[in-house]
Design a binder for this molecule. Structure first.
Ligand code: SF4
Length: 445
C-alpha cells in the first residue's frame, strides 16, 4: 500500500539537515509520496526505514523495458485511472504480428512495410514499437529463420511467440541483445518459462483466460522468482477484454493489488481492418501496455498512433512550440509575416500550408500557453496587446522592411485594435489554414 507524505515523514530521520536538497524532511516526504524524487537522495535514512519505504515507493504498476536504443519500449509505471487526474506516462506499444509461415520474400516485404510506419506529427516521432513473431509452423528451423529475418530487418523490440520452452530458449539466445518479451507462460509451462525468463533477464507474458487464473499464474511466477511480467487474458471480444484490462488497472491502482501491478497486453481480433483499428484505439485508451495487431496498412496505423499521441500528452500542458519567429522557405525582407499561437498543432498546420503555398514567409508564434487560436482568444491569451507586444519584442522588425502582418481569419475582430497598438497594417488571413496557399499566392495582386 502506498504511504502518504506523513506516513513517509514518520520514517525519515526528521533532522531537517537539507542534504537531500529540500528544506525539511516533511518537504522531502511530500515529494517522495508524489514520486518526484527517489529515496536515495536522503543519505541518513535507516536500514529499517529504507526497507519499509522501498516497497512503499515502488510504482503500483511495474515499468517493463523492452528493446534497445532509440527504439526502446517502456510500458507500465502508470499511476492514475483517468488521464485528467494527472497524466498517462508510457504510451502503449503498438506491435505487429508476423507468422513464421511467411516466405522469405513475404517476410522481407512485411518488414519493409513496418519500417515505413514511422511518422512525424506536430514535431514528434510517432511509430510502431514491436514485432511479434509467432511460431505458427511449430517447426524450429522456420521459427529461427523468421526470428533472424526480423532481427536483421528491424530495430524494434521483438516478441517471440511459442509455448515450447525449448524453442523459446533458442529464440532468446538469438534475441538476447534486443531485450525481447517472451510470449507466453501458461499453467502448463510456467516453470520452464520462468527459468528462461530469469536466465535471460527477459520479461514474460503471463497468459490465462480469467482474472482468477491469471492471479494464480502470476503468484506462481513470483514464487519462481519472475519479477518482470506482462499480463494477458487472451483473445476475447472487445467488451470482455476492456473489462479485464479495466479490472486489472483498477485493482492495481485502487486496491494496491500487487499481483496485478504489471502492464497488460491485448491482441486485436477485429473481423475487418476498420474494426481492428477501432479496437486498437480503444485498447490504447483503456488500458493496454502493448497492443499486437495483424493489419499494418498505414491508413490503419496512423490514426492509432495519432490517438495515442493525444491520449498520452499531459492534459494540463498542451503540446506547444517555442514562441519565436519561424522562417519558412527562403525569406527576404519583403516576405509576408503571419502571426499565430504557439499550440503545436496550429503551428505545424500553418507551417505545412505555407510550405505548400511555396511563398516564403515568416510565421511569428505568440505565447498563448499552447492554446489554439480561438481558445487563446477566448481566454485572453491571444489579444491585440499580446500580439503587438510580440511584434515589438520578437525581432521581426529587424528582419523585414515593411510593417504588414497577417492575422488568422477567426480573430479578424482584433484587426483595428492591433493596428492601433502596434502601428502595423493588419491583413485578415483565411479562417482555415487550408486557405493559406491560395491566400499567399494572391497577396498583393
Ligand atoms: Fe531529512 Fe534526509 Fe532530507 Fe536530511 S536529507 S532533510 S534527514 S530527508
Amino acid at each position: 500500500m502506498a504511504l502518504s507524505g506523513l506516513g513517509i515523514y514518520k520514517l525519515l530521520p526528521k533532522t531537517n539537515c537539507k542534504k537531500c536538497g529540500f528544506p525539511t524532511c516533511l518537504a522531502f516526504a511530500m515529494q517522495l509520496a508524489a514520486k518526484k524524487v527517489s529515496l536515495d537522495k536522503c543519505p541518513d535514512v535507516s536500514a529499517d526505514s529504507k526497507k519499509a519505504l522501498a516497497s512503499a515507493s515502488e510504482p503500483p504498476i511495474k515499468l517493463i523495458t523492452l528493446g534497445k536504443g532509440d527504439d526502446k519500449l517502456e510500458v507500465g509505471n502508470e499511476t492514475v485511472l483517468f488521464r485528467h487526474e494527472e497524466k498517462f506516462y508510457h504510451p502503449s506499444g503498438i506491435g505487429l504480428l508476423l507468422e513464421d509461415t511467411l516466405s522469405a520474400e513475404e517476410m522481407g516485404k512485411a518488414l519493409e512495410e513496418i519500417k515505413k510506419l514511422d511518422f512525424e506529427r506536430v514535431g514528434q516521432r510517432i511509430n510502431v514499437n514491436l514485432v511479434a513473431v509467432s511460431c505458427k509452423s511449430k517447426d524450429a528451423s522456420k521459427f529461427e529463420a523468421a526470428l533472424k529475418a526480423v532481427l536483421a530487418g528491424t530495430s524494434l523490440a521483438i516478441m517471440p511467440m511459442t509455448e515450447d520452452a525449448g524453442l523459446m530458449g533458442k529464440a532468446l539466445e538469438l534475441l538476447k541483445e534486443r531485450a525481447p518479451l517472451m510470449y507466453r507462460a501458461t499453467n502448463a509451462n510456467f516453470k520452464d518459462m520462468a527459468k528462461l525468463s530469469k536466465a535471460f533477464s527477459a520479461p514474460l507474458v503471463a497468459n490465462a483466460g480469467t482474472l482468477e487464473e491469471l492471479e494464480s499464474l502470476v503468484k506462481n511466477l513470483n514464487t519462481e522468482g519472475v519479477r518482470d511480467i506482462v499480463l494477458d487474458t487472451g483473445e476475447k471480444n472487445l467488451a470482455e477484454k476492456l473489462w479485464d484490462m479495466t479490472e486489472i488497472r483498477r485493482l492495481a491502482l485502487k486496491k494496491a493489488f500487487r499481483i496485478f501491478g504489471y502492464p497488460t497486453l491485448a491482441f486485436t481480433g477485429g473481423e475487418n481492418t476498420f474494426q481492428e483499428a477501432a479496437e486498437a484505439v480503444t485498447y490504447v485508451a483503456k488500458y493496454a501496455g502493448i497492443i499486437v495487431m495483424k493489419g499494418r496498412a498505414p491508413w490503419q496505423i496512423l490514426p492509432i498512433l495519432t490517438a495515442r499521441q493525444n491520449i498520452y500528452t499531459d492534459p494540463q500542458k498542451p503540446l506547444q512550440v517555442e514562441a519565436k519567429i519561424y522562417e519558412i522557405g527562403k525569406v527576404t525582407d519583403k516576405s509576408p509575416v503571419i502571426v499565430t499561437t504557439n499550440f503545436s498543432l496550429t503551428y505545424y498546420t500553418v507551417e505545412a500550408e505555407v510550405e505548400a503555398g511555396k511563398v516564403p514567409a515568416y510565421v511569428v508564434t505568440c505565447d498563448s500557453e499552447g492554446m489554439s487560436v480561438l481558445t487563446a482568444w477566448a481566454a485572453d491569451k491571444f489579444t491585440a496587446e499580446s500580439i503587438a507586444k510580440t511584434l515589438e519584442k520578437c525581432g521581426i522588425k529587424e528582419k523585414v522592411s515593411h510593417k504588414q502582418v497577417i492575422i488568422p481569419g477567426y480573430v479578424s475582430v482584433l484587426s483595428g485594435k492591433l493596428e492601433e497598438e502596434s502601428g502595423w497594417k493588419v491583413t485578415v488571413g483565411p479562417r482555415e489554414a487550408s486557405g493559406i496557399p491560395a491566400f499567399l499566392r494572391n497577396l498583393g495582386k
